[in-house]
Write a protein that binds this ligand. Sequence first.
Ligand code: F6P
Length: 547
Amino acid sequence: MHKILPNSNPTALDAWESLKQHFQNTKHTTLREHFKEEPNRLDYTVLEWEEFYVDFSKNRLDKKGFDLLLKLAKESGLKEAIAAQFSGNKINVTEDRAVLHTALRTLKKDPLLFEGENVLPALAETQQKMYAFCDNVISGAWKGYTGKAITHIVNIGIGGSDLGPAMVVEALEYYKNHLDVRFVSNVEGDHHQEVIKDLNPETTLFVIVSKTFTTQETLSNANSIRAWFLNQAPEQAVAQHFVAVSTNTEKTAAFGISAENTFPMNDWVGGRFSLWSTVGLSICLAVGPKHFTGLLEGAGKMDAHFQETPFDKNIPVVLALISVWYNNFWNAESEAIIPYTQYLRNLPAYLQQGIMESNGKSVGRDGKRVNYQTGTLIWGASGTNAQHAFFQLIHQGTKLIPADFIGFKKALHGNKDHQEKLLANFIAQTEALMNGKTLDQVKVELNASGMSPEEQIKIAPFKVFEGNKPTNTLLIDSLTPNSLGALIALYEHKIFVQGILWNIYSYDQWGVELGKQLANVVLEDIKDNANHPHDKSTQALLKHISD
Ligand code: F6P
């Protein structure tokens, strides 16, 4: 492998050894004790940037540990790696590709050279084509085959061609126009049937999104939906009702979509980082070009913050380092992401692909199996709903689960009473997770309730909360396209930093490819009785479904 990115086993770095030692020295210090020992703790654990107030003080980490993590970032060559990514080097070595989704939202006007050519003019041209198309559909100027305006949009795609657009359309519901935007992803026929069953083909626009235009799920859904459409509409109507987003314009043409109705994307935009490109067409249709531009601008600002800010004040870098601290020194297996807004209920699912597809790797950039833990398991749900679902385990279970709490100061519809209650829960939970409730506190409470001393002794242990559960608080002024763009970009950069530190390639996904290949083999067995050799369990399953 050539050396486009630094290549060093993190466990061999000086900082790693020091962190191991520091972990041994401080592992019994509680969060409460950290606060006592560091009266000015907030001076280095609160980062304020634009609309963001990020408080990472409630972590099992002191200033010395934080400085060692910063040293680790330095020794890992992070600075050089960031420069390599933004300048269009082919840092996705195993696919021989550059990683330039940041070009789609750059606020910089200087030429951005890829293989000697400035990519920005062509990107601007594609964006203008997308904006003009969206304006036409939204205004009703774009007509369906019977002369009616479009009222419904169906995005057909999967993975990065679905999760990002679906999450953002939902997140920006407040900014949405009249178009009803839906998503079909799963190959399960019932999924697309349920989505299209009440649709009128005369007023529906289908957006087929597939970077490769070879994905089984997307092509099956697109073909079935086109057949459904042609059952009711003439062949020439396809041009008014089907558009495509892809890098593979030969395949989109073969599907019957004209060049005019095809929105190109670049090979150097990875699927899970592609909502900023033409893959975001459904977002742009749902909220219009003005808000879509706001989303890009917010991400562009976060990119500049990430590129230019010293590591100790750099939000994605700091959050990535804290995550590595828990993953590799505390052996935490997972991280929870809890957005305190229903608008972001699918942010955890979206980030699952971003984080787990990127950093779920066990081979280092040196081509050898790693001898340390990489990618974190990501899960979560919106607060306060999550409090009534899985918070019990975070508060009183046996597992260490660092959590990101994401909240917004202002409610979009301005309901003060509800917003105060929401924020009270948002803040109270991180406080409770940190402080817990001691046996003495429990006894005082039980005493006051009038419970008999015998009963108190029996019940008290169950009411104790150990506390000392770590959280990051991300408090943002309000949920706008701009702040959402910045938030998503923050997590994208966190992924990249962790990949660099773990010495893995974050931008390929060979693990998913195997599943795709094997499904095709089994499909031949199911459809054509091909009888490929399989293990006994698989043979029995195949027999069982054919019975
Ligand atoms: O899940 C694997 C994957 O390759 C993702 O990375 C990608 O977002 C998804 O499949 C869909 O791929 P495509 O956009 O090419 O249909």
